[in-house]
Design a protein around this ligand. Sequence first.
Ligand SMILES: Cc1cc2nc3c(=O)[nH]c(=O)nc-3n(C[C@H](O)[C@H](O)[C@H](O)COP(=O)(O)OP(=O)(O)OC[C@H]3O[C@@H](n4cnc5c(N)ncnc54)[C@H](O)[C@@H]3O)c2cc1C
Length: 309
Amino acid sequence: MKDIKDVIIIGAGPAGLSAALYTTRAELKTLIIYDGAPGGKLLNTHLVDNYIGMPNTTGVVMALKMYEHAINLGIEELNEKVVDIKDASEKIKTVITSSGKELKTKSIIIASGSKPKSLDVSGYQEYFGKGVSTCVVCDGAFHRGKDIIVIGGGLSAAEESLYSEGIIGKITILNKYPSLKIDEAVSNKIKFANHIEVLNNIEVKEIIGDGKKVLSVRYLDENKKEHNKEVSGVFVYEGWKPANRFLKNTQLFNADGFIEINHETNETKIHGIYVVGDIAKSKYKQISIAVADGAKAALSAKEMLTLEK
Ligand SMILES: Cc1cc2nc3c(=O)[nH]c(=O)nc-3n(C[C@H](O)[C@H](O)[C@H](O)COP(=O)(O)OP(=O)(O)OC[C@H]3O[C@@H](n4cnc5c(N)ncnc54)[C@H](O)[C@@H]3O)c2cc1C
């Protein structure tokens, strides 16, 4: 069969672009397929200040640099959505795109990422990137010494609030449930954290700003009394939506939508299919981790293809 790729990479965020750099340099016949503009979530990130060697860089600039670095090596690209994978367990797998192309490959690197679920509250979309964020680890330092609100009631909301001790002034967690949905160990840490206050049974009504930045959050407390709390930033943890729809026929993802991998190789339970970045089942979701995943999967694919020639 002609035109069988060595690797098809699905997604052009940090994980997919890093994988592309490594597979191309390893002289693997690579095709990268991505939906929308290349760069993934970097395109929605205002500033990145925790990627070594690129301090205080806008997400858009970082996306462009990563894309140009990978693409200038001569990689083949296709700007389409992947809708299905057929023959996943066979030696030659088929990737199907939205225009109906059926592309054959010996291995696949899935780098389709995930999106934070948005909050259906007035002001969320308008102030996203202007004080509203979904990542304290990423953007908390921009509110150094100031007060913020965290909206959410799960482990991410709790852990990222704990992480910010000594960085942010005071954190108020607004939780819509009667208690946080977290284990006892984390719950104890929250209880003894002087910089965190948890308010339960809260209904967030509006994020208010001046057109340029967030000023306050309006919410109802458990007695339906209204408050308007002034803050510098709002961090929202409503959960994640992994981009896994095209994997429906592979049984690769868990009930939570993420994909288990062998952390040494990034291979999934299906031989020759690797998963990298935010769609992988792993605790931390960061650019540096996505990039490392991409490198690992590409090196693993190279080794597999060399050994099984
Ligand atoms: C608001 C915010 C701020 C952040 N700030 C930082 C920060 O400062 N520092 C940091 O380290 N991390 C930060 N992060 C986390 C970081 O953005 C992610 O960890 C990183 O982008 C993950 O890269 P990825 O390549 O796995 O996925 P993504 O960036 O999500 O990229 C996924 C790619 O897959 C493509 N895709 C999806 N589905 C399909 C399909 N069916 N077919 C084809 N292509 C598809 C998308 O178009 C995209 O190109 C932030 C995250 C958010 C939400």
